[in-house]
Design a protein. Structure first.
Ligand code: SF4
Length: 411
């Protein structure tokens, strides 16, 4: 049975300035286009709401979700966000939804004395999950990265968000940063685990070509920790979070354990699977890891409604022009095969510590996991990279260190 797609990603491609490492689809100095962009975004969401193909044949027990990502969504005013949410409510029932907004401490505090009011306004609009791009607590590193905040401001922003009523706050951090030493990283972990944060996402720096940071590394002006040092930082994070009783539930994600749900919402679907994810686990990202269908709106946004994936035009002007001309702002539409569906269900799901449940694979793909991947599973298990039981397949600790090699075997 087909139902409306339950997950919506909304891209806000504006930033106060570009960070030195960033290759996301985002633009500085385009603030004067935000009003027109918001109008186009609402019109695109209306088109999605009316699209008969924006229906999903697959369901999970996840709640509906909306995720404002960027760019810097916190550059939008409360009125602009309200406009977009009103449009989104034609697809997603807001009262039942997890609504996440990515924010930069610099842009929130840049609102000056109105920062508390802005944060309370977000809560009043129904935003119930805030994701702050902190990245580092080492001020010289923040400056090299081109971030617009200091460590003290990041902490103040977190505290203000708590005071405003956010009880589900994620902090993003990056490791493997220019000049970063193990001692600096340890100090960051030590401090941030005392803040009472609900959720952490950690990413290893990926040096992208075409970024100022890449050019600086190439010229030898700055150096990055080598692979061994970066792997050691990841291990240090695993140990430090475990000691602070954070539960790792995905390769890059940890959540507070005190809100543990005995049965989840995740792949459970009433079939008796007892998965046990921490409550602050990001439901929107779980939809990606479960290879669910999701819609996406905004410049450069990517949506996935099997058997199709689509990508929107990246440029702000070309995006606005297409929507104003009454067209979906599509840049590319890719038809997916059942083999794509099988592979993506495996390698996205294996990112989760709970792995891929056999029942979930069958529901999503309509066929038994063993029938498609029996030989691959046996071989990876023999190599000590996967472990299996009657209900699920998951990475071993060794498989986790070699995750990309394991994922490639399913493609
Ligand atoms: S704030 Fe985020 S999206 Fe914007 S430039 Fe920096 S890294 Fe990129």
């Amino acid at each position: 049975m087909n139902r409306p797609v339950k997950h919506l990603y909304i891209h806000i491609p504006f930033c106060a300035r570009r960070c030195a490492y960033c290759d996301f689809n985002t633009y500085a100095n385009l603030e004067h286009r935000i009003t027109a962009y918001v109008a186009a975004l609402c019109a695109e969401i209306d088109m999605l709401a009316a699209d008969p193909d924006a229906q999903s044949s697959h369901d999970t027990a996840l709640p509906p979700t909306i995720f404002f990502g960027g760019g810097t969504p916190s550059m939008l005013t409360l009125e602009q966000l309200e406009q977009v949410l009103r449009a989104a409510s034609r697809i997603i029932p807001l009262e039942a939804a997890e609504i996440t907004l990515e924010a930069n401490p610099g842009s929130v505090l840049g609102n000056g004395t109105t920062a508390p009011a802005y944060l309370r306004g977000l809560r009043d609009l129904g935003v119930n999950r805030l994701s702050l791009g902190v990245q580092s607590l080492h001020d010289p590193t923040l400056r090299i990265l081109g971030r617009t905040h200091t460590a003290e401001e990041a902490h103040r922003c977190f505290a203000e968000a708590r005071r405003a009523g956010f009880d589900n706050i994620n902090l993003d951090f990056i490791f493997g940063l220019p000049g970063q030493t193990p001692a600096q990283w340890e100090a960051t972990l030590e401090e941030v685990t005392t803040w009472g944060v609900d959720h952490f996402s950690l990413y290893s720096l990926i040096l992208e070509e075409q970024t100022p940071l890449y050019a600086q590394v190439l010229r030898g002006q700055i150096s990055l920790p080598d692979d061994d040092a970066t792997a050691a930082m990841y291990e240090a994070a695993m140990q430090r979070f475990a000691a602070a009783e954070y539960a790792q539930y995905e390769v890059s994600n940890w959540a507070r354990p005190q809100n543990h749900e005995p049965r989840t919402a995740n792949q459970g679907n009433g079939n008796g699977e007892d998965i046990g994810l921490p409550t602050p686990a990001c439901r929107h990202n779980l939809a990606y890891w479960l290879n669910s269908d999701y819609l996406a709106a905004g410049a450069g946004a990517h949506g996935h409604v099997y058997p199709r994936r689509y990508a929107n035009l990246c440029g702000v002007d070309s995006y606005i022009d297409a929507v104003q001309a009454g067209r979906r702002p599509l840049d590319d539409v890719i038809d997916l095969t059942p083999q794509d569906l099988y592979a993506e269900t495996m390698f996205m799901g294996l990112r989760l510590n709970i792995g891929v449940s056999r029942a979930h694979f069958r529901r999503r793909c309509g066929v038994a996991m063993e029938e498609i991947f029996g030989a691959t599973l046996a071989e990876l298990t023999e190599l000590g990279l996967l472990e299996q039981d009657a209900s699920a397949v998951r990475l071993t600790p060794r498989g986790r260190m070699l995750g990309n090699q394991v994922f490639a075997r399913f493609v």
